[in-house]
Structure formats: structure tokens, C-alpha cells
Ligand binder design. Structure first.
Ligand code: SME
Length: 158
């Protein structure tokens, strides 16, 4: 595996194009899920100006904090609660431009201002976890993030 990510791009779109094959190479040579999720978080945190990047994994009908990069975070989220629990319930990617406008948003940090949460599915369409990315700026996420973060999730074998 490469010792470090190579990143020369400056725009978000170009950064995703540049890091996708590198993340692919990183995760395809390792079959431990936690190791791969940890490296995905590190790669995303390194590449973008994200405040917090992490995975929550479904365990005993709750989302439990998994590998992440950023400040400490709440460890358990119930089905339908917060942005993460809502993405789980609706089986949809949720983009929140301003967390203050999302009823029930769970504020792990008051510095988090906008957020994207992507559900992760097994091959029977059950949600097995979510990827949560937070920004300390409003309106940070759009369809470019949704499409590319989804591609990144799909590189990992769960
Ligand atoms: N804001 C999330 C909780 C997780 S933290 O942001 C890391 C939510 O409302 O589900």
C-alpha cells in the first residue's frame, strides 16, 4: 500500500477524482473492515476541510460509533433519531445545510454547522451503518459529495 495520499487538486470535484483510486487501492488489499473504515476516515479528513468524518455501525438495533476522525462524538444513536438515525430509517442520503434547521439534530459538537449522512447497505438492502461527515461551515455538502462519498463507501467490503 502507498505510504501517503497524493493530493494536488484544489477543487472538491478534482479532489474526489484524485483520491478515489487511491482509496480503492488502500482498501482492496486489506479485508479487515475496521482497518479499512479507519483509513477511509483518515483519507477524507486529510483531503478535505471536514470538521468530523466517521462511521456509525448498526449493533443491536442502535447506531454505535465506529472509526472516525475529529473531536469525540456521541457513541449511540437510536433508529429515527438525529440525522444519522433518520438516514437509517429513510434509507436515504441526507444533506443538512444548517443543522439548526433539522428537527432532532444531535449536536455532538456546537461547532458542527452542516452535515451529510449516507446509509450503508448490505446486499439485502438492510442498513448496516452510516457515514457521517460534518462541517464547521454552513452549506458545505451537495450532490458531488453524495455521489462521491457513496462511491467511496461502496469500495469497502463489509
Ligand atoms: N449530528 C449527528 C450525530 C453524530 S455527530 O454529528 C458526530 C446526528 O444528528 O445524527
Amino acid at each position: 500500500m502507498a505510504e501517503e495520499l497524493k493530493l494536488t487538486a484544489t477543487t472538491k470535484e478534482e479532489k474526489y477524482i484524485e483520491i478515489l483510486p487511491q482509496i480503492k487501492a488502500l482498501v482492496e488489499t486489506e479485508n479487515d473492515v475496521v482497518a479499512n473504515l479507519a483509513n477511509v476516515c483518515a483519507a477524507l479528513k486529510f483531503s478535505f476541510d471536514f470538521f468530523w468524518v466517521g462511521f456509525y455501525l448498526v449493533k443491536n438495533n442502535q447506531l454505535v460509533l465506529g472509526p472516525f476522525q475529529g473531536p469525540i462524538a456521541c457513541t449511540r444513536i437510536n433508529f429515527g433519531k438525529g440525522v444519522c438515525g433518520t438516514a437509517w430509517q429513510k434509507k436515504e442520503i441526507i444533506i443538512v445545510d444548517d443543522v439548526d434547521d433539522f428537527p432532532g439534530h444531535i449536536a455532538c459538537s456546537s461547532l458542527s454547522k452542516s452535515e451529510i449522512v449516507l446509509p450503508i447497505f448490505d446486499n439485502q438492502n438492510n442498513v448496516i451503518g452510516v457515514l457521517d461527515v460534518d462541517s464547521d461551515k454552513l452549506n458545505s455538502f451537495d450532490q458531488t459529495d453524495a455521489i462521491n462519498l457513496n462511491k467511496i463507501i461502496n469500495l469497502v467490503k463489509f
